[in-house]
Ligand binder design. Structure first.
Ligand code: CP
Length: 318
């Protein structure tokens, strides 16, 4: 595997989940694969889970791991070609990327949508420059339009907790005080559309996601109807995708918060969220603290999704 940016990069999804569950049984079984190999993790944005779980995954595989925070301690990077660099950015990404590539074997990149230019965000300008210019296998640690390590961990978690062979999975928009990218819902939709689940997306009017990710999923604007009979409730906020409102907050309607009343509509569903989560905006305290909340095992599976991807990348080096 040379790149990991979306579900297709995993090939046979059932086989990928089986491989992940095997790795979980003995996460140190492949320690020799990463001997004398270096993982570089480059962060343009903050992280708790991705940073720790991916570093741990690399260490489980015997790798040396290095972390670079672009906005803390590194030179500020210019990302546009043709700019006269007379401002505060000291280095161009076109030099920085091959230099980073020269020090490592595999690179993970986190670079969120900036909401300044939809085309730039949806062309994944930063992630794709790493793929093009680093000369090394590159995986997304959440880019502008996708968070495939999160969605893979979500699918592994659903596989572990499902009570029927084809569960109903509902992804619901929920309110948030800040404008958040569509990366997590895009990737979750990308994975659920390939998985053996009945997938429903629910959100207020105006929050339609890119049809490239929604594909054949059922979109239901009535949240209560969508939640009826759900086996898994996946809550997430995102800002508007459609023009002319790209990146804007259109609603903070607290009637979309996932409460115990909302969960009572479901088939005793499990509650999921990628974290970090704003309590009593996205989800009430009692729901996230309930036995049906699986946000912690979901986060723990980030180590397993990352390890599966990095293992496949290491195998492609040999
Ligand atoms: N879910 C997730 O990616 O968490 P972090 O932003 O803390 O890495």
């Amino acid at each position: 595997m040379r790149t990991y940016t979306n579900v297709k990069d995993l090939g046979d999804l059932k086989a990928a989940v089986s491989e992940a569950l095997e790795i979980k049984k003995n996460r140190f079984a492949y320690k020799s694969l990463g001997e004398n190999k270096t993982l570089l993790m480059v962060f343009f944005n903050s992280s708790l889970r991705t940073r720790l779980s991916t570093q741990k995954a690399g260490m489980n595989l015997g790798m040396n791991t290095m972390v670079l925070d672009i906005n803390q301690g590194a030179w500020k990077l210019e990302t546009e070609r043709g700019v006269i660099m007379d401002g505060d950015k000291s280095e161009h990404i076109l030099e920085a990327i091959p230099v980073m590539g020269s020090y490592c074997d595999i690179i993970g990149v986190r670079a969120f949508a900036q909401f300044e230019n939809k085309e730039d965000d949806y062309q994944e300008k930063i992630l794709n420059q790493f793929i093009q210019y680093s000369g090394k296998p590159v995986f997304s640690m959440e880019a502008a339009t996708g968070h495939p390590l999160q969605a893979f961990a979500d699918l592994i978690t659903i596989e572990e907790y499902k009570r029927t062979s084809r569960p109903k999975v509902v992804m619901t928009w929920a309110p948030h005080p800040k404008a958040l990218p569509q990366a997590v819902p895009n990737s979750f939709a990308d994975f659920m559309n390939e998985a053996d689940v009945d997938f429903v997306i629910t959100h207020p009017q105006g929050y339609e996601l890119d049809p490239k990710f929604v594909r054949g999923a059922v979109v239901e604007y009535d949240q209560d109807k969508a939640l009826a009979g759900a086996d898994f409730v996946y809550a997430k906020n995102w800002a508007a995708y459609a023009d002319p409102n790209y990146g804007k907050i259109l609603s903070k309607d607290m009637s979309w918060t996932i409460t115990s009343q909302k969960m009572a509509l479901t088939n005793n569903a499990y509650f999921m969220h990628c974290l970090p989560v704003r309590r009593n905006m996205i989800v009430s305290d009692d729901v996230i603290e309930s036995p049906q909340s699986i946000v912690i095992p979901e986060a723990a599976n980030r180590e397993i999704s990352a390890q599966t991807v990095i293992k496949r990348m290491l195998e492609s080096l040999t």
